[in-house]
Design a protein. Structure first.
Length: 205
């Protein structure tokens, strides 16, 4: 384990030295983005998202970073019979290690990327049927998840589409008398469409 860690550190330092000597772009930058978040599932309601992502380019075409994002949405609860209901509008956060690959080293730079990390999900409460005869409440929780994304950068402008993959939550449902009626699923994945700018980066002079 220590050997693997040492090799990883050595590799990172080697790539950093190579980037400093041969790269045409400044290695450090910080992305700041604002956008639209659309949760998965019928009955969900979209909202806004805000993200900050510091990055380091180990190579001109490969950047690693840490995405910190807040998404304000109303997630959907889906019953076994297929009926759905939207929960409260609340904010959830995430902290993901990311990697982006750039196809070009020109001012216009399309990219694809992926990431993995922790999503902190807000609690949800909602009626589980259209008549309000049942209810469900899910406590806040944390889940491991990932993302895939694609987009482009032009000069210091960045635009992208991300799909955040998070496993569903299963919570108990109760009738008006407090009797358990089984479980209901809450879909946690969401699509993010965002635009913003990055500070730093850019071509070396």
């Amino acid at each position: 384990m220590k050997k693997l860690l040492s090799l990883g550190i050595l590799f990172f330092l080697s790539m950093s030295m190579l980037q400093a000597q041969t790269g045409i772009f400044k290695p450090f930058k910080v992305d700041v983005s604002l956008g639209y978040a659309m949760p998965a599932g019928s009955g969900a309601k979209g909202g806004v998202l805000f993200a900050v992502e510091p990055k380091y380019a180990v190579l001109d075409q490969l950047a690693v970073g840490l995405r910190m994002e807040v998404a304000v949405t109303a997630r959907a609860a889906v019953a076994p019979d297929g009926s759905s209901a939207s929960g409260d509008v609340k904010a959830s956060g995430s902290y993901l290690a990311t990697g982006d690959y750039y196809f070009m080293n020109t001012p216009f730079r399309p990219f694809v990327g992926a990431g993995a990390g922790i999503f902190t999900l807000a609690g949800v409460s909602a009626g589980a049927d259209n008549q309000g005869n049942t209810s469900m409440t899910a406590a806040s929780s944390s889940k491991f998840g990932g993302l895939v994304r694609a987009g482009f950068e032009f000069l210091h402008f960045r635009m992208g589409v991300e799909y955040n993959l998070i496993s569903k939550s299963s919570v108990p449902v109760y009738d008006m008398s407090g009797n358990s009626l089984g479980n209901i699923d809450i879909k946690n994945s969401y699509l993010g469409i965002k635009a913003g700018f990055f500070f730093g980066g850019g071509r070396k002079k």
